[in-house]
Design a protein around this ligand. Structure first.
Ligand code: 6SG
Length: 210
């Protein structure tokens, strides 16, 4: 039996980074898919700490909040830096990625038709901040010399932007980011996962927009 269970809607959404981390770490996990009918019935929602999914289980531990889940897995699988200072920088970058993710989610679910032009105009300025961190660190990762949960989180959000229609920021002006995306995409287990049906058949977002 796989040690972990992810309970979530039939989308990538808030689970893409943790799934990529688990695949990269060679871990097995079970997926429990919750349909709109199951969810609106209400019992599961009432049982969730904040009334939302994803839910992540490791034996008798039930965790909610996708970034808390990533932090747990980062600690468990050595992807949370090599010391306290690296862990603090990883936290900072995770929060920076979260700020960008919230803008992306707002665009997708609330402003796709009205706000995309402005979003795309502002995007290079957000991405340039991550690019600068990557260029300064010189290892191809955001922090230190090994992969961390901040890398999985940024990689996840950037994969979503790489298919955002009209988004021309594919890395030409962001050499650090371009190298980062190539490095993460070519890690053998990530490559295998991204080419699998388990990944490809699941839509990015719950409303079909991307
Ligand atoms: C939605 O926002 O997928 N959880 C979402 N929505 C249902 O009743 N801070 C935490 C975290 O990081 C945010 C959790 C997140 O973990 S994710 C949730 O639980 C609720 O609030 C986006 C997503 N949406 C999928 C979805 C929405 C509409 C169609 C598909 C409702 C849910 C599933 C079917 C109906 Fe649906």
């Amino acid at each position: 039996m796989p040690p972990y269970t992810i309970t979530y809607f039939p989308v990538q959404g808030r689970c893409k980074a943790m799934r990529i981390l688990l695949a990269d770490m060679g871990q097995q996990w079970k997926e429990k898919v919750v349909t709109m009918d199951d969810w609106t019935q209400g019992d599961l929602k009432a049982s969730c700490a904040f009334g939302q999914l994803p839910k992540f289980e490791d034996g008798d531990l039930a965790l909610y909040q996708s970034n808390a889940i990533l932090r747990y897995l980062g600690r468990q699988h050595g992807a949370y830096g090599s010391n306290n200072k690296e862990a603090a920088l990883i936290d900072m970058l995770m929060d920076g990625v979260e700020d960008l993710r919230l803008k992306y989610v707002k665009l997708i679910y609330e402003e796709y038709d009205t706000g995309k032009e402005q979003y795309l105009k502002e995007l290079p300025s957000h991405l340039s901040k991550f690019d600068a961190v990557l260029q300064a660190n010189k290892t191809g990762f955001l922090v230190g010399d090994k992969v961390s949960i901040a890398d999985y989180s940024l990689f996840d959000v950037m994969l979503s932007h790489s298919v955002l229609s009209g988004c021309s920021c594919k890395g030409d002006k962001c050499p650090g980011m371009k190298a980062f995306m190539e490095k993460m995409s070519s890690r053998p287990k990530i490559k295998e996962y991204l080419e699998s049906d388990a990944y490809k058949k699941v839509p990015l977002n719950g409303n079909g927009k991307q």
